[in-house]
Design a protein around this ligand. Structure first.
Ligand code: BGC
Length: 891
């Protein structure tokens, strides 16, 4: 017996509160706690837990709880355990720890102590006014406001917090030091409805005597260039403004507040322009050394302008901030035109450039960004409508200078420098990669280097487009939270990174964008007129559902239930005998079209398919939330819509109108067809693919489900043919041609015609990367069970093929690490599986003879922790508990 077996489980790990590690500034009044049961034994379960919540770590050290003691709760629940103590108050910090019991009622040691801290729960607690700079109204970007306030602290401060937000963007400083490391704060929402704020611990930045708090403001999404309505800028307001307060707690229990008001001072400074689409202009000669610290003479500064509040709710930021995630060194420098140096970052990335230069004062260096090069080696910027993507730096001339813009980001692989005083070298620029700091959770790898590059491109598409909201693209003057793209990619995104908090936040934006009549918008936050589009608006149901599936989060379903139900009702009310209208984006960007929305799959067919599907999802959602009557209503609506689909779009012989890959995929994936027509549809789908010599013919809509549907209906062989296809149109065609991200179009660039229509041709769009879910779920074989979501019950079903000799997937779930790695070796299929404690799996092996299978060298029936071995649908399957397993299938 190992030491662990004798001692029982180890201390729980990875404690999270509302998905976050030690969140500061929470306004979820009943936060949920999650942990990983720490027990490497096979078949380890949690039979009970106990959570202690206290006002200090010291109290917990005595195993006491002066806030809440859950007591020993007999339950296997280790995710989303809701705090149930007394109502939490503003600014309250709660320390917590947890222990678990195993199946033999042996108790683990206590976990490490973690904490969460509440934000400001009542808007009346915001003491300040919105302040900014009295800038002239202008039809172009204006200099960024600098704001400062000096104040005194007389006695010791035991705790200091900054609560801060802006309409626009802010960077906060205390005594000359940047507060936190977040970018693009406070984040992007529909600012008319809700404005996020951050809370920072600034205790260590303050001292007795004079102190200074300062901020720089940017236009950001709030009043910078955005989308294309209303002159293309100033969507929510015309000027940026700051609202913040420092709460300084003294030893005697009093709190001193320093809030934004007319006592502050305001000025412009070196940032002459800073805009998300267009870039930043910075004149270092205008720097004001020491402006954010004590002792600076601000007598030349102005009184700030006070702006009215708008009535939008102030909400604690509930997702990971955008941060610097990585740095990239350029791989090559060229000079296609004298004086213009082009740096190749080797990766289509999102973020900005840090520039290191030296030269005379007044020298102006221009940095232009692009994803591609023209054939002559110069920058290709034609595909950046409405985005100048240009930063300018004017040197102050006092030695080596380092510059990095702050309120802008670019999508680029190449940056061109002009105006450099001396020839730059590879050390002159560094690529600074920025995105929402969603923790990486997935890895996929296999024996085909091209497929590995595809996976790399999918991940980089996610990095570049998960910046505050899930966007379509990061480079041109668009970068919007397109709903269709998000629903296409959400499942894949959940494999690569933990995006639960990210989508929790964004789904509020989605609901904020819902029209009175129940139609979800095209984009969220909503800045465009479009709404109610099939496959786009449906993100309002599909994304909460996917977050539920992948993270076991029922609260998100409850939170948006009414809004989702209104969308279903909208579809019902605006359909013609339950058939959706012929409108929308259709199977957007199917290959070989004259215009992007012109795909051959009828739009009313797509709309009706999604209507049936989402009504069906709503039925499941209602059932999960205990709304039985609603569940029945939605189920019968879904059945009725399926009836309409079959009447309108399916011939008696089983042909789906339009006879397209996408039509068949939707009909099959959404279970729209009667049983007898399914094989016919599969045959039509496969023969269309074959007719095109194993090429894809789907756009965004069909592309999401093509490979999973083929696999579900027994044609994984065909899915592999598509996956490994190297000629256009295919996933690997861009890979073969040097892509490092997923392209918007199958033919963004081709050997025959070069670049596609520059008006809409992004080289960093994740939608086609939706094939990633199939790589994880079918090639590596890690899937979930909707009846036990969050990977409580895992389905391990690798399906080898496509000439691959090995594949490996790993996923850090809410329960812990799941792994599935297989290889073909000397006529054997070898599969290593890892299942986290307190979860279990069904393993489905690619053989029909259980006599061929061993686990750790033993026949299945005798293997420890393996049960229920049987043959089902022609495959050997068995149940396993947690732990590591080694299966071998003799072939
Ligand atoms: C975006 C897409 C989006 C589409 C909708 C485009 O401009 O880039 O990804 O889904 O519009 O039609």
């Amino acid at each position: 017996m190992s030491t662990q077996e004798a001692a029982g489980p180890l201390a729980p790990q990875r404690l999270r509160c509302e998905y976050l590690s030690n969140p500061l500034g929470l306004d979820e009044r009943w936060p949920r706690l999650s942990w990983w049961v720490n027990d490497a034994r096979r078949g380890a379960v949690q039979s009970a837990y106990r959570v202690l919540v206290a006002s200090s770590a010291a109290v917990l050290d005595d195993d006491d709880a002066d806030v809440w003691d859950s007591g020993k709760v007999t339950s296997d629940r280790c995710i989303h355990v809701a705090y149930e103590g007394p109502a939490l108050e503003s600014r309250q910090r709660c320390f917590w720890k947890v222990c678990t019991w195993d199946g033999e009622d042996r108790r683990s040691p206590w976990s490490d102590v973690q904490w969460w801290e509440m934000g400001l729960l009542d808007e009346k607690e915001w003491a300040g006014s919105w302040i900014g700079l009295a800038r002239a109204e202008s039809d172009d970007s204006q200099p960024c406001p600098f704001l400062r306030r000096s104040f005194r602290i007389e006695g010791p401060i035991v705790r200091a917090r900054a609560y801060v937000t802006a309409r626009g963007l802010y960077e906060l400083y205390v005594n000359g030091q940047r507060v936190g490391s977040d970018s693009f704060t406070p984040g992007w929402t529909d600012y008319d409805r809700r404005i996020p704020y951050q809370a920072y611990d600034v205790t260590d930045l303050l001292r007795e005597g004079e102190n200074v708090v300062g901020a720089i403001l940017g236009d950001g999404w709030y009043c910078g260039y955005l989308a294309w309505g209303k002159g293309g800028r100033q969507v929510w307001g015309t000027q940026p403004s700051l609202l913040m307060q420092l709460a300084l707690d003294t030893r005697d229990g009093a709190t001193q507040i320093v809030a934004t008001d007319e006592e502050w001072r305001a000025s412009s400074g070196p940032v002459l322009k800073s805009d998300i689409y267009n870039g930043e202009t910075y004149d270092a000669r205008l720097e004001m050394p020491g402006w954010a610290g004590p002792g600076f003479d601000d007598s030349g500064w102005d009184t700030p302008r006070v702006f009215e509040p708008t009535g939008a709710a102030l909400v604690a930021k509930r997702s990971e901030a955008v941060q610097v995630i990585d740095e990239i060194k350029p791989v090559k420098m060229t000079e296609p035109v004298a004086g213009a140096s082009i740096f190749n970052m080797g990766q289509n990335m999102v973020g900005r450039v840090r520039l290191k230069v030296e030269g005379p004062a007044g020298t102006r260096i221009t940095m232009r960004h692009a994803e591609m090069l023209n054939p002559d080696g110069t920058l290709y910027t034609a595909n950046l409508p409405r985005a100048k993507a240009t930063d300018e730096y004017v040197l102050k001339g006092d030695g080596p200078e380092v510059y990095e813009p702050r309120f802008t980001f670019h999508g680029f692989q190449y940056v061109e420098l002009t105006g450099c005083p001396r020839t730059p070298d590879l050390g002159t620029v560094t690529g600074v990669v920025l995105h929402s700091n969603t923790p990486p959770t997935g890895e996929f790898e296999c024996s085909d280097p091209l497929v590995n590059q595809l996976q790399h491109n999918i991940v980089w598409g996610q990095k570049g487009n998960f910046l505050e909201v899930p966007t379509d693209c990061p480079q041109r003057g668009e970068r919007l939270g397109w709903m269709g793209d998000a629903q296409a990619f959400v499942r894949t995104a959940c494999f690569n990174m933990n995006v639960a908090a990210f989508f929790t936040k964004w789904l509020d934006d989605v609901e904020d964008g819902q029209a009175e009549d129940g139609a979800f918008p095209d984009v969220a936050p909503n800045v465009l007129p479009g709404k109610g589009v099939a496959g786009w608006a449906d993100a309002g149901v599909i994304c909460p559902w996917t977050i539920y599936l992948c993270y076991g989060d029922t609260r998100i379903l409850g939170r948006h239930y009414d809004s989702m139900a209104r969308w279903i009702e909208y579809m019902r009310a605006t359909s013609n005998s339950l058939t959706r209208p012929d409108f929308g984006y259709g199977d957007w960007l199917a290959p070989g079209l004259v215009s992007a929305g012109d795909a051959p799959t009828p739009k009313d067919l797509i709309g009706t398919a999604y209507f049936a599907y989402c009504a069906g999802l709503m039925s499941s959602i209602a059932r999960i939330l205990g709304k039985t009557e609603d569940a029945e209503g939605f189920a019968s609506l879904s059945e009725d819509v399926k009836g309409a689909f079959n009447r309108e779009f399916v011939t008696p012989a089983g042909r789906v109108v339009g006879h397209t890959q996408t039509g068949y995929v939707l009909a099959l994936a959404f279970d729209l067809l009667p049983d007898e027509k399914r094989p016919v549809a599969v045959r039509h789908l496969v023969s269309d693919i074959e007719r095109r010599e194993w090429h894809i013919a789907t756009g965004f809509i069909g592309g999401i489900l093509l490979a999973p549907t083929l696999s579900r209906f027994g044609r994984t062989d065909v899915a592999y043919k598509l996956l490994t296809q190297e000629t256009y149109p295919s996933w690997l065609y861009p890979v073969k041609h040097g892509a490092t991200t997923i392209w918007e179009r199958w033919d963004g660039w081709t050997e025959e015609r070069g670049f596609q229509d520059p008006g809409m041709n992004s080289f960093n769009h994740y939608a086609y990367g939706a094939v990633g879910q199939w790589l994880y779920a079918t090639v590596a074989g890690i899937d979930l069970d909707p009846d036990e979501p969050g990977y409580k019950h895992i389905v391990i079903r690798p399906e080898p093929g496509g000439g691959l000799t090995h594949a490996r997937g790993e996923l850090l779930t809410m329960y812990g690490r799941v792994a599935s790695a297989w290889k073909l070796e000397e006529g054997q299929f070898v599969l290593d599986v890892a299942v986290p404690a307190n979860a279990r799996a069904t393993v489905i092996l690619p053989t029909s003879d259980s006599g061929n299978v061993t686990e750790s060298g033993r026949p299945l029936e005798e293997a420890e922790g393996v049960s229920g071995a049987r043959v089902e649908d022609g495959s050997v399957c068995c149940h396993i508990g947690s732990g590591e397993y080694a299966f071998v299938v003799r072939q």
